[in-house]
Design a protein around this ligand. Structure first.
Ligand code: GLU
Length: 415
């Protein structure tokens, strides 16, 4: 059975690169009906960050990348100690100050065929140093615990960022020393910023949680991250998670580094927002604003602005007036009392049962005509009276959504 894992170290909040690694592991596991394992590699106690650990869970949960097993290395210390003794007995370890080091062979090469690009990667053993396996604090190093666990957890494919290529010869030699079969390795090319430099904070190498806060949809983030290094062919771009699972294959993962382009992510987010039946836009807006605003009103108003917003955070600035009366008016309406009073009278004649955008629109156009006021002017004053702003979602539809009583009460306030 295919078994893959992600092995984040909770030393910092996972960035897009780490999360893309998680996604590729997940896609590969599900494509093979295999298992996706989460292993928290928290053996570096000095650099341990509690919030980083919770962020790992939070990100995976939010994105819907459900894991099948979770293991925590700091709870497995005796396993690493036992395995270190095994190697010590076999003569592979020696004590250096308070730490145990592994003797790397000094002749020959260590090599493997990487699944990305099916290329052979070769390291000369004489370039490799003996490395620490158990530190003076009794905790194992990443290199050691990682190999012991990948073996004991029966990991078949190690899929990780290519910054770990230089550690792989050490890992392979550990497998050899134990007499174990190494897994297959797939090292994903590092993600670059627009300026071709390694993605850093400066480029927005932010966490998925930052993007969530800015109003990006998880569907768009998943889709965009999947394309960071993977091209499923036929210029396919917009894909659901299920489609990605079906299509995912290492042979379509590029060897060249992908470029992170926030503009493209933004574009993709807009696509998902417009196709909101896929992304369940209403409930995402509801959740985004911490369930503070009525779901019923969100449902009524989303169709009015869906084409205009690119992020969830664009919703409220456009729609706040649906939830509360305007506090300020972008145009002074004092001199327009007569007009607004006439509008009030006309609208109050519409039967509540007929309070529809079309009916409202007809009534208003007729009134504007009777009063010989230009439509643009007429509707601008009405718009400001109802929404407070000169620019708003379509006005007749907005008035329908607000309801007759609410509209009349707003008009009354301004004449
Ligand atoms: N703990 C390593 C990390 O922080 C895991 C690397 C690996 O997947 O082997 O990413």
């Amino acid at each position: 059975m295919t078994r893959v894992r992600i092995a984040p170290s909770p030393t910092g909040i996972p960035h897009i690169g780490n999360t893309r690694t998680a996604l590729f592991n997940y896609l590969f596991a599900r494509n093979h009906n295999g298992k996706f394992i989460l292993r928290i590699e928290d053996t570096d106690r000095v650099r341990f960050v509690k919030e980083a650990e919770s962020a790992i869970y939070e990100i995976l949960k939010w994105l819907g990348l459900e894991w099948d097993e979770v293991h925590i290395q700091s709870k497995r210390l005796s396993i690493y100690k036992d395995h270190a003794h095994l190697l010590e007995k076999k003569g592979y370890l020696y004590k250096d100050k308070d730490a145990f080091r592994f003797k790397m062979p000094k002749d020959g090469n260590t090599e493997w065929i990487d699944l990305i690009g099916s290329k052979k990667i070769v390291f000369q053993n004489n370039t490799q140093e003996d490395f620490v396996v158990i530190k003076s604090d009794g905790y194992p190093t990443y290199n050691f615990a990682n190999v012991v666990d990948d073996h004991l957890m029966r990991i078949t494919h190690v899929i990780r960022g290519d910054e770990f290529i230089s550690s792989t010869p050490k890992h392979i030699q550990l497998y050899k020393a134990f007499g174990w079969e190494p897994p297959m390795f797939a090292h994903l090319p590092v993600i670059l910023g627009n300026d071709k430099a390694k993605l850093s904070k400066r480029h927005g190498a932010k966490s998925v949680l930052d993007y969530r806060e800015e109003g990006y949809l998880k569907e768009a983030l998943l889709n965009y991250m999947a394309l960071l290094g993977w091209s499923p062919g036929e210029d396919r771009e917009i894909m659901t998670l299920d489609e990605m699972i079906k299509l995912f294959d290492f042979k379509d993962v590029n060897t060249a580094s992908p470029i992170f382009d926030v503009k493209k992510l933004e574009w993709m987010n807009g696509v998902y927002i417009r196709e909101f039946q896929i992304s369940n836009l209403k409930s995402q807006i509801y959740e985004f604003y911490n369930r503070k605003y009525s779901l019923e009103i969100i449902e009524k108003t989303v169709p009015l602005i869906q084409d205009r917003i690119k992020k969830l955070s664009d919703y409220l600035p456009l729609c706040e007036f649906f939830f509360k009366d305007p506090e300020k008016y972008e145009i002074d309406l004092k001199s327009k009392s007569d007009l607004l009073k006439k509008i009030y009278d006309a609208l109050s004649k519409i039967d509540s049962g007929k309070w529809r955008a079309l009916e409202i629109g007809d009534k208003m156009q007729n009134l504007a005509k009777d009063l010989e006021i230009k439509n643009s002017e007429f509707f601008m004053f009405l718009r400001v009276a109802i929404t407070g702003k000169k620019i708003s979602p379509p006005l007749n539809e907005s008035m329908e959504a607000l309801g007759k009583d609410n509209v009349l009460q707003r008009l009354k306030k301004v004449f």
